[in-house]
Design a protein. Structure first.
Length: 230
């Protein structure tokens, strides 16, 4: 088991995460009943990820992004989070590599003012739907961290909910996200708009537009989504 070094504090963690070119996404204290398995003896989870271009640009410049091998974003994340964990005396955990999966969305809602959107993605009052996770750092020692800010979900005051009507195959409905309908559309010639610009449902959301993915980031995400379903 790793032990947090005495010098590790919130500012030190923020500095290390930002130096690695990633975004610090808040922290949460694990309840005693959550401290089992790989998390036995762990008290604090610090989340690390992407917000708009923050994190993405570092990945885009990385050797993994250009080496032509599979899963470049996940391999980059393992290298960066692995180095951060060694430096800070933490254990690195990843959102990929399952099932089973670590409950990143449940953790995220305890670390930042996030709420589920009708698309299933978590929405942030400032970044909208344009944020995600590349890993978590689990610390054995509790770290002094202010409680997550509180804010109402932007969806609560979104009368028109344009995200629910923008998908050309109505992939979002009462039954949740119809992954097969989405993937089928993306593989068809008509699906090239989504492939090139990104998910039209996500793009229809008015919140956090400055953080929206530009075409390079959108295309990468869509190709990775389809590749995982081949
Ligand atoms: C499996 C998975 C998928 C599957 C299935 C998703 C589905 N059927 O809804 C597929 C491959 C389809 C998928 C696609 C995408 N995913 Co995905 N996915 C995951 C993954 C790896 C595991 C989810 C899981 O099963 N967790 C296990 C449970 C126990 O964890 P949990 O946190 O407690 O689960 C909570 C949520 O999942 C939530 N929830 C689940 N389904 C739904 C549905 C609705 C309507 C609501 C309100 C809530 C909700 O409720 C759970 C309890 O709180 C997570 C990473 C992770 N480790 O969480 C990413 C993750 C959820 N995906 C993410 C993203 C960004 C996407 C994509 C947009 C990107 C892409 N290019 O692939 C697409 C599109 C999804 C969409 N439009 O909704 C992000 C979400 C970030 C955010 N802002 O919330 C995550 C967190 C990955 C990351 N690295 O950040 N995904
Ligand atoms: S369009 Fe409205 S309901 Fe849909 S995710 Fe954005 S704020 Fe929420
Ligand atoms: S990527 Fe396109 S087809 Fe898939 S859910 Fe989004 S809008 Fe619908």
């Amino acid at each position: 088991m790793n032990t947090a070094q005495p010098s590790v504090n919130r500012d030190g963690i923020r500095q290390a995460v930002e130096q690695a070119g990633l975004a610090l996404r808040g922290a949460l204290r694990l309840e005693p009943e959550e401290q089992t398995g790989l998390l036995a003896g762990m008290h604090q989870i610090v989340l690390v990820g992407l917000i708009g271009r923050t994190g993405w640009d570092s990945f885009a410049r990385s050797p993994e992004a250009g080496d032509g091998r599979p899963d470049p974003l996940d391999r980059w994340s393992e290298r960066c989070l692995g180095e951060l964990a060694r430096h800070l005396g933490a254990q690195a955990l990843y959102p990929f590599g399952g099932p089973p999966y670590w409950p990143f969305q449940r953790w995220a809602q305890r670390a930042e003012p996030l709420a589920p959107s009708p698309l299933g993605l978590l929405i942030h009052p400032d970044y909208g739907l344009w944020h995600s996770y590349r890993g978590a750092l689990a610390f054995a020692e509790p770290i002094d961290w202010p409680p997550a800010a509180q804010a109402p979900s932007p969806c609560a005051s979104c009368a028109d909910q344009p995200c629910l009507t923008a998908c050309p195959v109505s992939a979002f409905g009462q039954a949740g996200y119809d992954v097969a309908a989405c993937a089928g559309w993306l593989r068809s010639p008509a699906g090239q708009t989504c492939m090139d610009q990104g998910c039209q449902a996500r793009l229809a959301c008015p919140v956090g537009r400055p953080f929206a993915h530009r075409p390079d980031q959108a295309r990468f995400g869509m190709r990775a989504f389809l590749a995982a379903r081949d």
